[in-house]
Write a protein that binds this ligand. Structure first.
Ligand code: CAA
Length: 258
């Protein structure tokens, strides 16, 4: 599939996906969702990619939510199909077997923060504006927001954000764990590349195992989840990265993971 609403590049094993609808503040319309879905499917098979970065084209917006023009005159049946497609896309994104970083360069609203929450790490520009404003449209979040936001910030804070629909600035978002780092806008690209490069040089199998057990854990009891942790800890020993990491430590040198 050739893409026009997203721009995909890979350099040094880091794949960057840019949402490319600057005039609409990178809102997610149907075509963008289909392109993202296809791109994530391809990436899940990729042997070359070790880290994915998602950001928005331009200086003003990461993603200003789902494209509201799609909602006009829609029946519950057709909107259900569309929102399930978006949910499926974000579920696939969350399941990619390597770290995914949202580099939040401006408005990050509705479907935008829902997409960012399906990523593993979030780096925000200090000018980013984050929120779930769906209530102001007479709606609820539909792309995982009610669940992922509650799991990240707790139900009390999630209800405040979703019921009132007010935007949150980047520093406040960081203070309740919704973003990991806040940097000045001119440093966002550099900071994102720094974190992405570090992860790309990391032990990819162990990163995959850590992501798997962290993501699956909340669906199980504590005992079942830590048992899964033990199994995946043991599985790491089937990979040559452990030999390299342990040998590097014992010989006081830096590891060189394959
Ligand atoms: N959908 C469609 N178009 C959008 C859009 C969106 N979500 N957000 C912005 N745009 C368009 C505007 O309509 C405008 O287009 P025109 O130039 O053709 O008029 C252009 O982008 C620039 O936007 P503004 O002129 O509004 O820019 P601003 O700086 O004055 O305001 C803003 C920026 C506060 C982000 C404002 O655009 C806004 O409130 N956008 C809507 C945000 C929103 O409600 N998002 C949630 C969508 S619902 C959802 O996401 C459901 C879900 O859970 C999946």
């Amino acid at each position: 599939m050739t893409y026009s609403n997203i721009i995909v590049t890979t350099e040094n094993r880091i794949t960057t996906i840019k949402i490319n609808r600057e005039k609409a503040l990178n809102a997610l319309n149907e075509k963008t969702i289909v392109e993202l879905h296809d791109c994530i499917d391809q990436l899940s098979q990729s042997e070359d990619t070790k880290v994915v970065v998602i950001t928005g084209v331009g200086k003003k917006s990461f993603i200003a939510g789902a494209d509201i023009t799609m909602f006009e005159g829609k029946s519950p049946t057709s909107i259900r199909k569309l929102i399930l497609k978006l949910q499926e896309t974000l579920n696939k994104l969350e399941d990619l077997p390597f770290p995914v970083i949202a580099s939040i360069n401006g408005y990050c609203l509705g479907g935008g923060i829902e997409l960012a929450m399906a990523c593993d790490l979030r780096i925000a520009s200090s000018t980013a504006i984050i929120g779930q404003p769906e209530i102001k449209l007479g709606l609820i979040p539909g792309a995982g927001g009610t669940q992922r936001l509650s799991r990240i910030v707790g139900t009390g804070r999630a209800k405040e954000i979703i019921f009132l629909g007010d935007n949150v600035d980047a520093e406040s978002a960081k203070s309740f764990g919704l973003v990991n780092w806040v940097v000045p806008p001119e440093n966002l690209e550099e900071k994102t590349l720094k974190i992405a490069s570090r992860l790309a040089k990391g032990p990819s199998f162990a990163l995959n195992m850590a992501k798997e057990v962290i993501n699956r854990g909340p669906e199980s009891s504590l005992l079942d989840a830590i048992r899964m942790e033990a199994e995946l800890f043991a599985l790491c020993f089937a990979h040559e990265d452990v030999k390299e990491g342990v040998n590097a430590f014992l010989n006081k040198r830096k590891p060189n993971f394959k």
